[in-house]
Design a protein around this ligand. Structure first.
Ligand SMILES: *[C@@H]1O[C@H](CO)[C@@H](O)[C@H](O)[C@H]1NC(C)=O
Ligand SMILES: *[C@@H]1O[C@H](CO)[C@@H](O)[C@H](O)[C@H]1NC(C)=O
Length: 403
């Protein structure tokens, strides 16, 4: 009995030693592993590992964008399908970064927290039935999207502080810029404007264009204006009234005596044949805010007279338009228009830019997709604490020209 106990103890002792040895061995292995894996010895390999993982993640995974609300009644936001995949983004929209899905189908993914971005149309109220998503993940971006000016924002933005992560508007300091039109350099095909500091070519000392030269003689009317909002924050109606002291303005639409059916090609053709100037007056004076009417006018053989809050040199080539805000008084502006309209060579020189630039438009969803893929997007968070100030501070009530 006592022998058995002793030998039992002996067995215990030798097992204990073995265990201890194993522990020491395991410990040393761990320390060795630590040393080998230490950033001091191995930073390059750690970095390489990370980048390889990151790269395969970036190229493989698509980001999914949910259009939460509709765009003026259009759930597709003028896209051609309810859901677009990478192939449509690449082939139809021409996006350089196209690994995204865009959908208006709320059940496209099994849970609303799974979308990488959720887009809200800020020019309309939140949908009545489902105003905002019931769940929110801190990895997703809520997008404040609108092409309208702050005066047309149908939201109580002071209730939405800290709500949005990205802005998608015509403003050039938006996260995703959504302009009404763009100018591309014909030679390089690069987008030149709108941008905060475009590099324009210099207008040549002399320029002629036989089409415009020939049209000039038939242009017997000074200015046309198409307008349907008659009382505006910018007081453009006052500017038009004052200009009428110097020459007649043909006002088409609700605010004038003339009418031209929407979509009738004659309405645009007469800008080529009858009119010297086209008034592109904006309804509010806000940074970067110009609307499609300006870009429509650029497609015709007519000089746009612009009035708005934008620095137009960020949007249009020099010597392609006449900016009312550059004049001290309405009289000075009227005199300048008379000079340009009355001098055939001077008039034609405003069309020089067409030999170098062309009009185009790209989808803002391309930029949104690229933004969601940008390195750093997934580990940097941002939100607009006071979206109301960001949005409203870009407008003013006083124009530079004395009215
Ligand atoms: C411009 O071109 C037209 C038509 O080709 C020509 O008749 C006219 O003399 C030219 N004007 C100038 C200033 O060269
Ligand atoms: C978006 O904003 C919310 C609220 O401020 C924040 O919790 C979230 O992390 C932000 N997400 C991103 C992707 O920036």
């Amino acid at each position: 009995m006592s022998m058995a106990v002793r030998s039992g103890r002996f067995v215990c002792g030798s097992r204990g030693a073995l265990l201890l040895l194993l522990l020491i061995l395991a410990g040393s292995l761990m320390i060795l592993h630590r040393v080998v894996q230490s950033p001091l010895l191995n930073q390059y390999e750690i970095l390489q590992d990370h980048l390889e993982r990151q790269q395969s993640r970036n190229t493989r995974s698509t980001r999914t964008i949910l259009l939460w609300s509709s765009f003026f009644g259009d759930p597709r936001w003028k896209l051609s399908w309810d859901t677009l995949g990478p192939q449509e983004l690449r082939d139809e929209l021409g996006c350089p970064v196209y690994q995204c899905e865009i959908t208006n189908q709320h059940d496209f993914l099994p849970a609303v927290e799974l979308y990488d971005a959720v887009v809200f149309h800020a020019a309309e109220m939140f949908p009545l039935l489902r105003p905002v998503p019931s769940q929110r993940s801190r990895h997703q971006a809520y997008v404040f999207a609108t092409m309208e000016s702050p005066g047309e924002t149908k939201h109580r933005l002071d209730d939405e502080l800290g709500f949005y992560n990205l802005t998608m508007t015509y403003r050039l300091d938006s996260d995703v810029v959504w302009p009404y039109g763009q100018l591309l350099d014909i030679e390089t095909d690069a987008v030149v404007a709108p941008s905060e500091r475009p590099h324009w070519r210099k207008p040549p000392a002399a320029f002629n264009d036989s089409a415009v030269w020939d049209l000039w003689a038939g242009k017997t009317k000074t200015a046309a204006w198409f307008v349907s909002h008659c009382e505006t924050l910018s007081k453009r109606e006052v500017l038009a009234d004052r200009l009428q002291e110097f020459f007649a303005i043909d006002i088409y639409g609700k605010c004038g005596k003339l009418s031209c059916a929407r979509g009738d090609p004659r309405c645009e053709e007469m800008l080529d044949t009858d009119y010297l100037f086209y008034l592109a007056f904006e309804n509010s004076l806000c940074d970067d805010y110009v609307t499609e009417k300006l870009f429509d006018a650029l497609r015709r053989n007519v000089i746009p007279v612009v009035f708005g809050g934008a620095d137009y040199s960020r949007i249009l080539p020099p010597h392609s338009y006449i900016d009312a805000s550059r004049f001290q008084s309405v009289e000075d502006l009227a005199q300048h228009l008379n000079f340009v309209g009355g001098d055939q060579e001077e008039y034609v020189s405003y069309f020089w830019w067409r030999s170098h630039y062309r009009l185009a438009s790209t989808s803002p969803f391309c930029d949104l997709c690229a933004r969601l893929h940008a390195p750093g997007f997934s580990h940097k968070t941002q939100s607009y604490g006071d979206i109301q100030s960001w949005w409203f501070n870009s407008c003013r009530l006083e124009s530079r020209i004395r009215l």
